[in-house]
Write a protein that binds this ligand. Structure first.
Ligand code: HEC
Length: 163
């Protein structure tokens, strides 16, 4: 009986250790299916993102219910926004606040003023939104300057841009 308990306990410990290893392995890049940018633009309006955001180069209707700030998304300067950063800023906005504004304008007690969509947004909507937004982060043409290449398909590249 005693040896049975000992072996059960050791099996349990082994399972715990392997579970921990799995958690570590899962911390690489996430590979989401490709989104539809046109649908993303529609979700951007229907989900009310447009109430708090303007997107560089996108023709969007005026907000029906204007939010506390109008945060600009998309750019023509600087580097392109990586896929990982965009997904993170939608599903976990407080993880890293937009660097375009002072913190007191876009957050309160360290928490982003952005609405949480995690209980209403489908994965398809998320990937569509990211496809739409990513197309509006255009790298500025600066001859001679080599921009880092971002791709959500490559683990090593996306890891170097942890948000
Ligand atoms: C109530 C207002 C509000 C709504 C609604 C809202 N956001 Fe935001 N969003 C913010 C604010 C404020 C920030 C800046 C602080 C931060 O980075 O979280 C932000 C930041 C972001 C950023 C990161 C910008 C950067 O430069 O880092 C993205 C991307 C974004 N929002 C996408 C969306 C999408 C997509 C939706 C709709 C599904 C949405 N937001 C809805 C207020 C809002």
């Amino acid at each position: 009986m005693r040896s049975l308990i000992v072996s059960l306990v050791s099996i349990f410990c082994l399972l715990c250790v392997s579970a921990c290893e799995q958690v570590e392995q899962r911390q690489g890049a996430i590979h989401l299916p490709e989104g539809d940018a046109n649908k993303g633009a529609e979700h951007f309006v229907s989900l009310g993102c447009v109430n708090c955001h303007q997107v560089v180069g996108a023709e969007l209707p005026d907000p029906v219910n204007a939010g506390p700030v109008r945060v600009l998304l998309g750019s023509k300067t600087g580097r392109a926004m990586s896929y990982n950063t965009l997904v993170t800023s939608i599903v976990n906005p407080s993880h890293k606040l937009s660097t375009r504004y002072s913190k007191d304008k876009v957050s309160q007690a360290g928490q982003s003023l952005m609405t949480s969509y995690n209980d209403v947004l489908t994965v398809t909507q998320l990937t569509d939104l990211v496809a739409f937004l990513q197309a509006h982060y255009v790298k500025a043409e600066r001859p001679g300057y080599k921009y880092p290449v971002y791709s959500y398909k490559s683990d090593s590249e996306s890891e170097s841009d942890e948000p």
